[in-house]
Design a binder for this molecule. Structure first.
Ligand code: PLP
Length: 356
């Protein structure tokens, strides 16, 4: 059997969820959209079922899978519905949609709902992706409140730069939120993982941790709270071939890496078809038998090559960790010009194994 696999540590997932709760004292939606950032939504939901206050997903398809698996918690649809026909199912399964644009208001006016909805009304506090503007928000809030179609209204906004220190933008967004929602009672939800970890003033009643649940920091720098996270995914494989090459020899496609010394080159069963980033440059770290060494040569579809010269005791069959405990996925991501979110979401083909 091909040795590549992702080991998913569900006790680390629970630890990280509890950290989000204990840092904030709030109710927390476990954000398990996009198949729980590649970790397996149903397995992650099952692991959190006894303690999660609710889940957040990006579509009704994702939400219905959770209902079918028996999860009874609130499920927030982060972009609400995409077409009015979904409203019937949203009512029937008691899903909590975000309402963020005028087309959805029209759908609601025209809908004959079987029961009133718990709606999360989105304010665009400065990110300019989704949400009603500051000017229109109070009026939309009042229209919904008086519509007879709403069981409760939660105020939600999203922070664009909470992962960066000292841009001033997060303070501005928080100020905008406070002003636009003044006098509109009900719970609020402002924080993603970066907000949970770094912006104690920004919690509201509900927080929405995503990436931190999977044990990866949203920050590009060391951060005290993030240091308490435990990585959930260990992406592992093994060395499947080793060969000795002379100095000056090119390795792999395009001859990107050329040996500067007589070298032992190891081949690892892991490639971009598994979700390992093809853009990882020479020098991207991997752990071999627990020791850090480097990728040498372009990542191909099913394999990548590493320089084993400095590890004389490692070779054929050695264990290789691509990221996880001991090697932060964020570091690999930044080498490859991306973020850990994308590495996790891109996970493909490798079997996931679960550990409780
Ligand atoms: C994905 C998402 C989150 C979670 O963000 P993280 O950075 O992964 O914590 C929170 N809120 C909204 C609206 C989202 O779309």
């Amino acid at each position: 059997m091909r040795p590549a696999h992702a080991l998913i540590d569900l006790s680390a997932l629970r630890h990280n969820y509890r950290l989000a709760k204990s840092l904030t004292g709030c109710r927390a939606l476990a954000v398990i959209k996009a198949n729980a950032y590649g970790h397996g939504a149903l397995q992650c939901a099952a692991a959190l079922n006894d303690e999660a206050d609710g889940f957040a997903v990006s579509s009704i398809e994702e939400a219905l899978d959770l209902r079918e698996a028996g999860h009874q918690q609130p499920i927030v649809l982060l972009e609400g519905w995409f077409e009015a026909a979904e409203l019937e199912l949203i009512c029937r399964h008691e899903l909590w949609p975000v309402v963020h644009h005028h087309g959805q208001l029209v759908d609601l006016r025209e809908a004959n709902l079987s029961r009133p909805l718990h709606i999360w009304l989105k304010l665009d506090s400065g990110m300019h992706r989704t949400g009603f503007s500051v000017a229109e928000y109070p009026q939309v809030w009042r229209e919904l409140q008086g519509s007879g179609k709403v069981a409760s209204l939660t105020k939600i906004t999203h922070l664009a730069r909470a992962d960066e220190p000292a841009t001033g933008r997060t303070e501005q967004q928080l100020e905008t939120f406070t002003q636009a929602t003044a006098g509109l009672e009900g719970p609020a939800s402002l924080s993603n993982s970066a907000g949970v970890l770094a912006w104690p003033g920004a919690y509201g009643e509900w927080v929405r941790p995503g990436i931190m649940l999977y044990g990866s920091s949203p920050f590009g720098f060391a951060q005290e709270q993030a240091a308490q996270l435990r990585p959930v995914m260990q992406l592992d494989s093994r060395v499947i071939a080793v060969h000795q090459v002379a100095a000056g020899e090119p390795i792999g496609y395009g001859s990107r890496f050329v040996t500067s010394r007589p070298s032992r080159i190891g081949v690892v069963a892991m490639g971009y078809a598994d979700g390992y980033p093809r853009h990882a440059p020479d020098g991207t770290p991997v752990l071999v038998d627990g020791q850090r060494i480097c990728i040498s040569g372009r990542v191909s579809m099913d394999m990548l090559t590493i320089d084993l010269t400095d590890l004389p005791n490692s070779g054929l069959g050695s264990y290789v960790r691509l990221w996880g405990d001991g090697l932060d996925a964020g570091e690999v991501a930044s080498r490859a010009g991306t973020i850990s979110y994308q590495l996790f979401c891109n996970l493909n083909r490798v079997p996931r194994r679960y550990q409780n």
